[in-house]
Design a protein. Structure first.
Length: 288
């Protein structure tokens, strides 16, 4: 399935928005989606303990060279305008959402650097101002604390869903670098009688995108090493001839990259929100 890639225009010097147009069979009208990934919020408040403040300062210092390295690797800009602290970038993303007004917003994991009441409060305040339907799939930095995260993940369902007409975004949590049989069954059931797109944090390595292993390395891909049988079964189903998903949207790698997870079906990796990056998708009706 063909797609086009470009730059979405914005007059905000902080933002770097990659645009994609992808036709989907069965779609009757255009559906737009804005994806933000890997922001790694680390927040201390005035009332935070000295220990928490020191922890956050250490995290921010550690990420400074790393986010530049990722940007350099993937061709993203990392000039001073793109290097706001993540919590400062939230207002820019919010203005973009309010200006573009996508049908769907996807937050594809690692929006938080780790769990803290301060980080969760900051993220919750941001989500409370997002005025379009949204989905958050957790990343590897957001593992655990299921009860605290449940209000933001549809109660921690095996497969989250968000529908716009016949279009359906289906999200699974692969933050532990595994997908359970329950998740696979739920995702495939939700994919019936609709135009489904799959969202997860860690991208999939399949027989059809081996080049991804050369680009990213084992840490960044689902299916490297010795995956458990349930994850293997998920990957087999994902790349099978009857795989239902029109595309896979993910994060984790901190850079824009597109590969075929099966013939004619694309997997889109998002650049890091730490340098003002995000992705804008136009899913359009496929010509018949």
């Amino acid at each position: 399935m063909s797609y086009t890639q470009g730059v979405f225009p914005t007059d905000d010097a902080y933002l770097q928005v990659t645009s994609y147009t992808l036709p989907l069979a069965g779609l009757r009208r255009e559906v737009t989606l804005l994806q933000l990934s890997d922001l790694h919020l680390a927040v201390a408040e005035e009332s935070s303990t000295e220990s928490q403040k020191a922890h956050v300062a250490k995290q921010k210092q550690a990420w400074e060279p790393v986010r530049k390295d990722f940007a350099r690797l993937y061709g993203d800009a990392y000039d001073p305008p793109h290097l706001l602290q993540p919590e400062e970038g939230l207002s820019h993303y919010l203005r973009l959402l309010q200006t573009v007004r996508p049908d769907v917003a996807l937050f594809s994991g690692d929006l938080l650097e780790d769990f803290s009441e301060e980080n969760l409060r900051c993220f919750s305040d941001f989500l409370g101002q997002v005025d379009c339907p949204w989905m958050w799939v957790r990343g590897n930095h957001e593992r655990g604390h299921d009860d605290a995260y449940a209000p933001f993940t549809q109660g921690g369902k095996p497969a989250q869903t968000l529908s716009v007409g016949e279009f359906k975004l289906i999200g699974i949590d692969d933050a532990d670098k595994r997908v359970t049989a329950e998740q696979t069954a739920a995702a495939w059931q939700e994919a019936e009688n609709c135009v489904p797109v799959l969202a997860m944090h860690i991208p999939a390595l399949t027989a059809y995108n081996p080049e991804a292993a050369k680009v990213f390395g084992p840490y960044f891909l689902l299916g490297t090493g010795e995956p458990d049988p349930e994850t293997t079964a998920f990957l087999d189903a994902l790349q099978a001839d009857d795989s239902p998903f029109g595309a896979v949207l993910c994060g984790h790698v901190h850079g824009k990259h597109v590969s075929s997870y099966r013939p004619g079906r694309m997997q889109f990796c998002a650049s890091s929100g730490m340098v003002g990056a995000c992705s804008y998708f136009r899913f359009t009706p496929a010509e018949t």
